[in-house]
Design a protein around this ligand. Structure first.
Ligand SMILES: [Zn+2]
Length: 468
């Protein structure tokens, strides 16, 4: 019964994508094995850049270029959409993907950027797609093996709305319309770059025309750069971005609450979980896609703490596959750490944990994937912005915590006699905000490390050698 249902779902999915002439499936029945080398295409066909971040448009273009350049090994389709109707692009990578069946191959999924501000996670996943295709065409044996024995579903950006917004302001969340201050409807007081310097800073009073305020406190803080469009007298208190963490919103133990346990479970998820299990269009789309394609293993890529995590997130108890997870995750960690090089004398290190031991959460993607379907699911965290011994460093010459920038006089959005004008306002551009548009200095090596980690995971799953 379940098998029949699966087949129907697969058929429905194939039809709904309909990017492929239906004859292609019936014309060639056999999965194909291609020799490493030019059979996959021209290894130089797509000259991607990795020294800065891709805008979402550039990311889309890269995926389209890869699909166009490697028709023998890649196809591109959207598996769903966001609140703002951006597509969730998936590049399906496998030898003969457009002309032969791939259903004898082991399915794998790589998903980046569930948290919009974590651009590096999207870069790392996109790098892996580009590497697989270019390297297979150049004759690399590992890439060719992935092409011949696996089908890899690569979704670099799962939160495109947050990704786009994060070039202005770090936006972990998605864009479900949210009215944070109860005035004027959703997103009614968005941030606005008032002085046009490309950074949204916080505005303070208490300075003069020539000297910034002596201190920063709640007493002299006006808010983030904005026009107070909703006219409640508070600047930037209804910015774009929901309050939802999509990685607390999957349909597995959604909002699981055990506040009486130690550590209390649920506190972390309760404040940020979506309004119900899989309520968000992005989460629903990824669940549907994974439910049908049923990968043997997946990585959800994040940015921040340089580690490899595995289930469970919700419980300290070992999962049935704990020994396998621990061994594979440790090999993935070592592969990443052995690839990266010291930057300015500092070597980036990585650690391995059960996700619960990092901190307890629930309704994460990896718990859903493993708990529902037994998918071997890992969280891989790549580099973070900011400073610290294991993080990449500020590319600006000055390493100040932030900079003061003079703005001038500004009025809030209230009307008539309620309007208040503040004189000699200064903007505090915190360094973390200024770094939003910058890539780590060794972003390509970071991508290489992630790719090597992903290869370890892929080869940890069994595959069937295909007849040539
Ligand atoms: Zn994250």
């Amino acid at each position: 019964m379940r098998k029949v249902l699966e087949l129907l779902l697969v058929a429905a999915l194939v039809l709904s994508f309909s990017l492929l002439p239906s004859a292609a499936f019936s014309a060639v029945d056999e999965a194909v094995a291609l020799e490493a080398g030019p059979a996959f295409g021209d290894s130089e066909a797509v000259k991607a850049f990795w020294d800065r971040r891709h805008t979402f448009e550039e990311m889309e273009q890269l995926l389209k270029d890869l699909a166009a350049a490697y028709p023998n090994a890649a196809k591109l389709y959207s598996v769903g959409h966001t609140w703002e109707e951006r597509p969730l692009w998936c590049l399906e990578v496998s030898g003969g993907v457009n002309t032969a069946r791939t259903d004898g191959k082991t399915p794998i999924a790589l998903i980046g950027n569930i948290h919009g501000g974590e651009h590096e996670s999207g870069e790392s996943v996109a790098y892996t797609a580009w590497w697989l295709l270019s390297a297979a065409a150049a004759g690399d044996a590992q890439a060719a093996r992935v092409m011949n024995e696996y089908v890899t579903y690569i979704i670099p950006v799962m939160n495109p709305d947050g990704y786009v917004n994060s070039f202005t302001m770090n936006t972990r969340q998605n864009m479900r319309p949210t009215d944070r201050n109860g005035v004027g409807g959703p997103f009614s007081d968005p941030y606005l770059d008032l002085n046009g310097d490309g950074v949204i800073g916080q505005m303070y009073t208490g300075g003069t025309e020539t000297a910034p305020p002596a201190a920063r406190s709640s007493e002299n803080l006006l808010g983030y750069e904005s026009r107070d469009r909703d006219g409640n007298g508070i600047f930037g208190d209804d910015p774009k971005g929901s309050t939802i963490d999509m990685n607390r919103t999957f349909d597995y133990l959604w909002n699981y609450n055990r506040p009486y346990e130690t550590p209390p479970l649920g506190a972390n998820a309760w404040a940020s979980a979506g309004p119900g299990a899989a309520t968000e269009p992005e989460v629903e789309a990824i669940q549907n896609f994974l439910r049908v394609r049923r990968p043997a293993a997946l990585i959800t890529a994040h940015t921040g703490i340089q580690c490899v995590l595995y289930p469970w997130c919700y419980s300290p108890d070992p999962s049935p596959d704990d020994a396998f997870f621990a061994e594979t995750a440790e090999a993935m960690r070592a592969a990443f750490e052995n690839t990266v090089v010291p930057v300015r004398g500092e070597k980036t290190t990585f650690y391995v944990k059960r996700s619960y031991e990092d901190y307890p959460t629930s309704a994460e993607l990896i718990d859903w994937a493993y708990g529902r379907f037994g998918i071997h699911a890992y969280t891989v965290e790549v580099y973070s912005r900011g400073t610290g011994q294991d993080q990449w460093q500020d590319p600006r010459p000055s390493a100040n915590e932030g900079d003061w920038v003079y703005l001038g006089n500004i009025s809030d959005g209230r009307s008539g006699s309620n309007r208040t004008t503040y004189e000699n306002v200064w903007i505090w551009n915190a360094r973390s905000q200024q770094l939003l548009g910058h890539a780590p200095p060794d972003q390509q090596i970071m991508g290489e490390g992630f790719k090597n980690s992903a290869l370890v995971m892929i080869f940890s799953e069994g595959s069937q050698a295909l007849a040539s």
